[in-house]
Design a protein around this ligand. Structure first.
Ligand code: PEP
Ligand code: MN
Length: 348
């Protein structure tokens, strides 16, 4: 079975005792590969705890010496990166608030080049992939930084969500396709913002073939100075990791390949049929556009569209397809159909 990379440690290093006990207990699980702790904390409110600063790096040096494990900290500017280097930090991560800032990303890259320190780039807070890509390219184009990993920590969303930061797995899938050589780590702690969903989100990451997890842990999570709701004890982390099922990227079994390939060829045929039909449907929409143009009638016909949606929704149960999926597909079809009619009716 695949051996994932596990990064864990407190959201923030608070005291030497808390840092060392948490790190030692994590090392004892023998499931953690890299220790993490925030030293400079980018917080929304200036009233919140903003980290212990350089002092925490000395505690982490001790944790590294005692456990033999490499350590990771967040850096947000050149000075942080310099100090991290001075204290033998092995990995740095660029936080979600820093990824969006080209000046900070560039100055960090400049300090780290040629040092061998590995750089983890978290996704930006907002779901705009170009911001993440910009940061990745700035780091990757800096000669002398070889090891870059990506960290998926979810995206902020307006309104209610069961997540603190919605995962938007499909967006991250696009990034993984663009940078297939980079490892991708999931950070369920910042996605969930609570403890109860950590296992569920971690299992999704395992099922999607992520390379590892970054999970916050603390000896006394309830009294943590930052992100208390989402941290778990090292013992809880041990249990969580023991119940996760990691999947293999591939299988060499011939029965497996045969069953998969025969279903895949059926799916390929269905996809071709689906798009032949969609193409026919769009040609008919264009016909309708020409008729509406002749009659000088508006493209959008609310009643007609409602009846199209209702007709298909009434079959949802029998088709065993969720109403949400039907809405999503019909919305995509409708918007393409409207834009085709628009082209015809407003041709100059
Ligand atoms: C963190 O890892 O503690 C952190 C602040 O992360 P993010 O940048 O994802 O908010
Ligand atoms: Mn945190």
């Amino acid at each position: 079975m695949k051996r994932p990379i596990i990064i864990s440690g407190p959201c923030s290093a608070e005291t030497e005792e808390q840092t060392l006990i948490t790190c030692t207990k994590l090392a004892e699980t023998q499931k953690v590969d890299i220790l993490r702790a925030g030293i400079w904390k980018p917080r929304t409110s200036p009233e919140s705890f903003e980290g212990v600063g350089e002092l925490g790096l000395i505690w982490l040096e001790n944790a590294k010496r005692i456990t033999g494990l490499p350590v990771a900290v967040e850096v947000a500017n050149a000075e942080h990166a310099h100090k991290a280097l001075l204290h033998g930090v092995d990995y740095v991560w660029i936080g979600a608030r820093t990824t969006v800032n080209p000046f900070n990303v560039k100055e960090i890259a400049y300090v780290l080049k040629g040092t061998g320190v590995k750089v983890l780039i978290k996704n930006p807070i907002n779901p705009d992939l170009s911001l993440w890509i910009g940061a990745i390219e700035r780091i990757a184009h800096t000669r002398g930084i070889e090891n870059i990993w990506l960290v998926h920590r979810g995206f902020s969303a307006y309104g209610y969500s069961e997540y603190r930061n919605v995962p938007l797995w499909h967006l991250v899938f696009d990034i993984r396709c663009q940078f297939p050589g980079l490892k991708i780590i999931c950070d369920p702690s910042h996605i969930c913002g609570n403890r109860k969903n950590l296992l569920k989100v971690s299992q999704i990451a395992a099922d999607l073939n992520y390379d590892g997890l970054m999970i916050e842990s603390h000896i006394h999570p309830d009294t943590a100075w930052s992100d208390a709701n989402q941290q778990i004890t090292p013992a809880e982390l041990n249990t969580l990791l023991a119940s996760l099922k990691w999947r293999n990227a591939k299988s060499s079994s011939s029965i497996f390949s045969y069953s998969l390939n025969s279903i895949r060829s059926e799916i390929d045929q269905i996809d071709s049929d689906l798009f032949e039909l969609l193409s026919r449907r769009m040609k008919l929409a264009e016909e309708i556009g020409r008729i509406k143009l002749t009659g000088n009638v508006s493209i959008y016909q609310e009643q007609r569209w409602n009846s199209v949606v209702e007709r298909i929704i009434s079959r949802a149960k029998r088709l065993n397809i969720s109403e949400a999926f039907i809405h999503a597909v019909l919305d995509a079809i409708h918007s393409e159909s409207i834009s085709r009619q628009n082209e015809i009716m407003n041709r100059t």
